[in-house]
Design a protein around this ligand. Structure first.
Ligand code: F0G
Length: 429
């Protein structure tokens, strides 16, 4: 049977080639469901494709084609190729966080500098299947950068709705550079998401926010690739930031599918970390998801400045499926954790640092045990938000102290002064 769309709540089925984001019957979010009865899926199948130079298997998404979109005609795939990101063992950060073993999987190493490329290859490929020539999204910046790039690659018009102030410089630059139609709108991300859905409905444009389930099929591959890099030995915990909750939703689906197919022997627990000022999932978690209230979001981590996440229901499902947890961290904790990740030579944008800050907090709370193996997901590249980085190191961020700041040393054109400084300044170890 070909893949289909299915409502996550009432299980109504829809054809895979319908332009649709929610269920007609109940308004529920949709999953892409594949039929694997006639396909043999093994670790070996994916292992023998490692290192392949052949499209589509040279992509860290399409290496797992059978899990992502088995029936897709290879000629329709729009790929840069993405994925193949590093999984770094981080012993020093592990001891800072209080766990035995910590890996950081750096999704900022994707072609446009964030994990969104894994979703975008899925979404833009589906846009091709559907014969769409215009694709759009609302974005805090990374989705728009990725959409702009993949739309250009596919010869489609990319249209991006950006909120007025809170977009990091690197991301704004990418949208403009890749030639998207860029609308800066005097509204926050949550309102822009409503606007893009309305405008797209009126104009027949394909929406590529993470409400689009083909995005999440691509993003599942973060988990598949991480598990393959660990020789299919599941860690105890996966820790990731949560904004619009697409990634955490994709992780739950991907992990459960891998477990059901026998690719992994146990399900890691997923911890979703939100910024304190943008934490509707965390607040809801405190009532065991009985209550939910949208928020007006505030955080320095502009990527996750989201008060009404579209994938809330799917993220709740991830927490339930994996015996997961939700936590929140302050902007100070985010920026300090980022400084440590940066200084380790790895680097990330502020939102990504939720993974490390959240791990430490969950260890302090006794939820993550010290003997655990943790995989933290770094979602975006250090160059995305230079203002936040430089602001931290020059102690210029409001309400944040640059306690791990690396001071910029100012010195005149004077060899004696330079020698004197370098004599005194200690190289950090
Ligand atoms: N980290 C980064 C760097 C992001 O850009 C985002 C989301 C997240 C984490 C949160 O992921 O939404 O799947 O929970 N950025 C979106 C955007 C919203 O428009 O670029 P999520």
């Amino acid at each position: 049977m070909p893949s289909k769309l299915q409502c996550m709540d009432c299980k109504t089925d829809y054809a895979i080639d319908e332009v649709r984001y929610v269920c007609d019957e109940c308004g529920g979010l949709l999953d892409v469901i594949h039929d694997w009865t006639d396909i043999t899926i093994t670790r070996e199948l994916f292992d023998k494709r490692l290192g392949s130079l052949q499209p589509p298997y040279n992509s860290g998404v399409w290496r797992y084609k059978e899990l992502v979109y088995p029936d897709i005609d290879d000629s329709l795939i729009v790929s840069k190729p993405e994925g193949n990101t590093n999984l770094y063992p981080m012993p020093r950060l592990a001891s800072w966080a209080g766990v035995d073993t910590l890996y950081l999987k750096h999704e900022g190493e994707n072609p446009t500098g964030s994990f969104k490329d894994r979703g975008m290859t899925g979404g833009v490929t589906q846009a091709r299947v559907l014969g769409m020539d215009r694709v759009a999204c609302a974005s805090t910046g990374n989705t728009s950068a990725s959409l702009a790039s993949y739309a250009a690659l596919a010869g489609m018009e990319g249209i991006i709705f950006l909120q007025n102030k809170a977009i990091a410089l690197g991301k704004l630059a990418q949208g403009l550079a890749y030639g998207a139609t860029c609308l800066r709108i005097d509204a926050d991300f949550d309102r822009n998401l409503e606007l893009v859905r309305e405008a797209s409905e009126k104009l027949g444009i394909y929406v590529l926010n993470s409400v689009n389930p083909f995005r999440l099929e691509g993003q599942k591959s973060i988990m598949i690739e991480a598990l393959q890099q660990l020789s299919w030995q599941a860690p105890d915990w996966i820790v990731c930031p949560g904004g619009n909750l697409g990634n955490s939703s994709a992780f739950g689906k991907g992990l459960k599918e891998m477990y059901d197919l026998g690719l992994i022997d146990k399900l890691p627990r997923v911890a979703i970390i939100q910024a304190e000022g943008a934490s509707p999932l965390y607040e809801s978690y405190l009532s065991d998801f009985q209550d939910y209230e949208a928020q007006k979001a505030h955080t320095i981590a502009t990527a996750i400045k989201i008060g009404n996440p579209v994938n809330y229901q799917k993220a709740v499902r991830t927490v339930r499926w994996t015996n997961g947890v939700v936590e929140s961290v302050t902007d100070q904790q985010i920026m300090d954790a980022k400084a440590l990740i940066d200084r380790a030579g790895i680097g990330c944008e502020p939102a990504s640092a939720c993974s490390l800050a959240g791990t430490r907090k969950l260890v302090e709370k006794g939820i993550i045990e010290p003997g655990s193996t943790v995989v933290g997901i770094l979602t975006g590249h250090v160059l995305k938000d230079p203002d936040a980085t430089i602001g931290y190191h020059s102690n210029m961020l409001e309400d944040i102290t640059g306690q791990y700041a690396n001071r910029l040393l100012q010195v005149g054109d004077d060899i004696d002064a330079i020698v004197e400084i370098l004599d005194k300044e200690k190289v950090p170890v």
